[in-house]
Design a protein around this ligand. Structure first.
Ligand code: 5RP
Length: 296
């Protein structure tokens, strides 16, 4: 029987032999999606730039548990100017409908679950489906995002929701993003992220949102679908860019970043700096120089 000792022995990640089109991707540029149908691949190819294989997703879904988060007090004023500089918008349907013009051209990753607000001690308890597949299609979603709580009391419910979302999305060629949540009491180390990201991929999602950690190259290698990293709490811009640089060099396929962009002193400049690292392999230092120049 599978048990929790498995990770202690896992060590053969073949870091010198990345998963390629001939190893399970069926000729498609994103790992893990080679055997998906045309519509699903087409949506993924709108989200990830085929030239770099990477994506800059702008996450502004924080209000669904945090209310008017610092930097996101006015979605209608903050987000539209950033849209030209990112590849994907990640948000709730309420944020999109109320504040983002439907004429904007970028693909949308729709958060389809709700969770307990930050007023509750255990955020993992009490979540559910906020937007079903009919409404996701109505919102013209290119992807659906579901939060999961691996190792927390809400694990079972969140995995059930992820599984049902993957099922529903496959009927319409819409991929699912599995989000790894980190709670107050949860570890944020390689062992946890190895387990959580792999578990989500095997549950069927087509991409995973997780966090950068020491040992990330093993986390990325062992996850058979692309990982995009969240930014987490606001860092100085250079540190956030360094985190992006390390993540990309170690196998992340992009970022799904919120606070480190919209809480920056210059969010548009930060988007452009992050995109240089993600798509053009700029170093964090080079990208930071661009950021400073744009600020001036
Ligand atoms: C939490 C989320 C967030 O709402 C958000 O997308 C996180 O982005 P960041 O950490 O970069 O502010 O997905 O799981």
């Amino acid at each position: 029987m599978a048990d929790n000792q498995g990770n202690q022995l896992a060590k053969n990640y073949h870091l010198d032999n990345p998963q390629t089109s001939s190893q399970g991707s069926g000729g498609f540029f994103l790992k893990g999606a080679g055997h998906c149908d045309w519509g699903l691949q087409s949506r993924l190819a709108r989200m990830f730039r085929p030239a770099s294989g990477n994506t800059v997703m702008l996450a502004f879904d924080h209000g669904y548990i945090m209310g008017p988060t610092s930097g996101l007090e006015r979605l209608d004023l903050v987000i539209p100017p950033l849209i030209p500089f990112v590849d994907v918008l990640m948000a709730t349907r309420g944020a999109l409908r109320s504040s983002i013009p439907p004429t904007q051209p970028k693909p949308v990753c729709l958060r389809v679950n709700y969770d307990s607000s930050v007023l509750y001690d255990d955020m993992s308890l009490g979540g559910g489906l906020a937007c079903d597949i009919r409404n996701a299609v109505r919102m013209h979603a290119d992807c659906m995002a579901v939060q999961t709580f691996i190792g927390a009391p809400g694990e079972k419910n969140s995995l059930e929701l992820l599984s049902r979302t993957v099922d529903a999305g496959l009927d319409y060629g819409i991929p699912t993003l599995g989000v790894v949540a980190v709670g107050k009491q949860m570890a944020r180390d390689e062992k946890f992220f190895l387990l959580a990201t792999r578990l989500l991929a095997e549950t069927g999602c087509h991409l995973v949102k997780s966090y950068y950690c020491e040992g990330f190259e093993r986390v990325a290698a062992a996850c058979p679908v692309p990982i995009v990293i969240a930014g987490g709490k606001k860092l100085p811009e250079l540190d956030a860019l360094l985190m992006c640089e390390r993540a990309i060099n170690e196998g992340a396929r992009g970022v799904d970043m919120g606070r480190n962009i919209f809480q920056s002193e210059n969010p548009a400049a930060m988007c452009r700096a992050v995109a240089k690292v993600v798509h053009e392999k700029h170093t964090a230092k080079q990208a930071h120089e661009l950021f400073l120049n744009l600020c001036n």
